[in-house]
Design a binder for this molecule. Structure first.
Ligand SMILES: [Zn+2]
Length: 412
């Protein structure tokens, strides 16, 4: 039975923590944790601060998992795991957030110092305050509230604060899953690093990503004598329209996703000749494909090559295709997985809304869990200001999400 009385007390306690939550946001923001690959020093200082915070706030068995990284001044990238004891240890309810933040970008675009967070109209502004500190702070205070109320949750709680999410997770959760046995298949794993403004999207699946670069080689000639050359731009244009046929070849739909289809879109175009009166001998464009998980990526690659072969023949050009990024979709988390059902119940109780399992176009860190065989779900109520100038966190979302986590913690 769900203890509604305990939850009501917990929710009130979380409301009482509102100012402390904002304060922790500001203190975390002041420790920029930018990846070495993006010109920063990594997360070591932030992890040291958080480790002390966890110790002071009732967490036990705090573990620091160091992923070696010679590019970071500390020589490693820190991953923190901390626990709060429940009545049973047969499973753990995890909330995983990441410590690293992306660089602020152009400072002229900011209304203030991105690393001196400020509060304005119910929001905290600063780099990292939404991505991913909003829910990091929410998860810590959900546990703090349990402790303050003397509530023992039905199951153990695990808080994972990881490194390297913004640059691929190889030294973050990927490293932790390979080198630490704390996560178990029966655990509930919540990754609040994707979501929407309403808080009704529970992300369980991703499309495969395939980015291709097409280089078409013809022969340059004077604009007045095209017959002496081979117009690479013209051939590439026919190629672009032929590639649109992929929409028919892979026309399957999956209602979990929005849009419910695979997409194949020409995107970036490199400049060719600088003047109008030259037939271009070389043309380069790119395509961004998001493919439903039921289609093998290799299949699509073969179909693309076949289309290119046809254009080569017809226009007497050479076409090379280079993979820029290829990320086959991880096996999806079931729409009825325990973690999804628990989140639905909690969102309904806190926000009075029906959340739904959904698939997205690709790119959340939950895929690392799914590839390793764990049923992780992404959920958060947030305004999606990550990576933008004047990134902000709606304080009501931070407090409300803490209640959602608290609700999940109290479920059997
Ligand atoms: Zn993030």
């Amino acid at each position: 039975m769900f203890d509604n009385h305990a939850f009501a007390k917990l929710a009130r306690r979380i409301d009482g923590f509102r100012d402390e939550m904002v304060d922790l946001q500001i203190r975390l923001c002041a420790i920029p944790a930018i990846a070495p690959a993006s010109g920063g020093e990594g997360e070591a200082a932030k992890a040291e601060f958080l480790s002390a915070y966890l110790k002071d706030n009732g967490f036990r068995d705090i573990a620091l998992v160091k992923a070696p990284d010679l590019d970071a001044p500390a020589g490693y990238r820190p991953n923190l795991l901390a626990f709060y004891k429940g009545i049973s240890s047969s499973r753990t309810v995890w909330i995983m957030t990441h410590m690293d933040v992306v660089p602020p970008g152009e400072l002229s675009q900011w209304k203030g110092d991105p690393f001196k967070a400020w509060v304005e109209k119910g929001r905290v502004y600063g780099r990292g305050v939404e991505d991913n500190q909003q829910d990091m702070v929410a998860s810590l205070f959900a546990v703090k509230a349990l402790q303050a109320e003397g509530i023992a949750p039905p199951a153990d709680i695990g808080i994972a604060l990881v490194a390297d999410e913004e640059t691929g997770s190889a030294k973050g959760i990927d490293y932790v899953l390979r080198n630490n046995k704390s996560f178990r298949k029966q655990d509930l794993i919540i990754v609040p690093d994707a979501g929407d403004e309403k808080g009704t999207m529970i992300e369980v699946a991703e499309k495969s990503i395939l980015w291709l670069k097409f280089k078409t080689l013809g022969r340059q000639a004077h604009g007045s004598t095209p017959e002496k050359g081979v117009n690479s731009f013209k051939a590439a244009s026919f190629l672009v329209t032929a590639l649109n046929g992929l929409y028919q070849t892979y026309a399957g739909r999956d209602g979990l996703f929005d849009p419910p289809i695979s997409t194949f879109e020409p995107t970036k175009k490199e400049a060719n000749v600088p003047n109008v009166n030259t037939i271009p001998g070389e043309d380069v464009f790119y395509m961004d494909s998001r493919i439903l998980p039921k289609y093998p990526v290799a299949d699509v690659e073969r179909a693309v090559r076949k289309i290119a072969d046809g254009i080569e023949k017809k226009f007497k050009v050479g076409i090379t295709i280079e993979v820029q990024q290829k990320a086959p979709a991880a096996p999806p988390t079931a729409a009825q997985a325990p973690v999804v059902l628990a989140l639905k119940r909690a969102v309904k109780a806190v926000y009075r809304k029906e959340a739904k399992a959904k698939g997205i176009g690709g790119g959340t860190v939950a895929a690392v869990f799914r590839r390793a065989g764990f049923q992780a779900a992404c959920w958060s109520k947030l305004d999606e200001t990550a990576h933008q100038p004047n990134e902000y966190c709606v304080i009501d979302n931070m407090v409300g999400n803490a209640k959602v986590f608290g609700h999940v913690f109290l479920q059997d």
